[in-house]
Design a protein around this ligand. Sequence first.
Ligand code: SF4
Length: 370
Amino acid sequence: MAGIYIHIPFCKSACHYCNFHFSTSLRYKPELLNALAKEIVLQRPYLSGESLETVYFGGGTPSLCTVEELQTLVRTIRENYTVTTDAEVTIEVNPDDITTEKLEGWKAAGVTRLSIGLQSFFEEDLRWMNRAHTAEQAKQTLELALTYFPNITIDLIYGVPGLTDEKWKVNIDTALSLGIPHLSCYALTVEPKTPLDKLIRTQQREPVDPDKQSDQFLYLMERMEQAGFEHYEISNFAKPGFRSRHNSSYWKGRPYLGIGPSAHSFNGSSRQWNVANNQQYIAALEKNEIPFEIEVLTVSQQRNEQIMIALRTMEGLDVSGWPVADQIEFEKEATPFLNSGQMMKSGTVFCLTKEGRLLADGIAAALFRL
Ligand code: SF4
């Protein structure tokens, strides 16, 4: 089983913290969508005939597509791949694009799950992030969306200067009171070369406080546990039966095909990524070429990826498939984290504890194989 990801590289405005690939000009949207459809056809051999059990429209902002444009892409996928009858079909949408007409259209196109880029229920935080939607739109459209799609996830960001602990609690409680079955919660990260990076460096924005981020993450973990959610990946919380099947496949190391500018693909032994430039992408597809770079992963690179990804999941890292000498060496290196209570071990499986999850990337990096 495999998954397909389609990158829609357009947004209404640029959120200050974002480092994804997108354009705020919709001028070449028709050409870009034609190129996506062409790449879907050309890439047919990549998954060696494996059935698709997940389809994911991400971005950028896929909800900027018209219903007809989305239907065309879904149809092209169905005509060229075997999509399982119970496939999960997710679309990332922004609150300001949600209308009754679009909700009906997404349903008719076969979408089964919405991922809403909500980020906060507070107006001042949305303005701070330069989001295109308002707090009022966030709540109203969420309620409307839930009447069409029971399977909804929302994104929330914590550790934002100005987001007090009290407001963070309100954000989580509002989502829970509305009955959202899945939350993706991210610590605000200041990525190099983003507008936020520049605003902080020029002292127009307060810097991020890592201690406050840790406190808000600890509160989040406790609150979601009380509410009956599984903390199945470091940033993801789901009611039983509502995990993201698409993202879970990434974390299990299953193959996936990424379509569109900047999209990544993985087939088990190599990783490839398309050019992150809309014009170059369109020009290449006009010549029936796919503009990508490829990296064949060495055994230690594959092992490091496995460590990094698996330690972020609730199921943890199972080293039973490794040579015995490597298992022994890994346990030796993990011992300081086991002793400090940041990791725990059951048989051949290593997991992060709540304290360990606060430092997940650092712990994984310390355990990387050369
Ligand atoms: S809508 Fe999403 S992809 Fe677009 S700029 Fe904002 S965070 Fe980035």
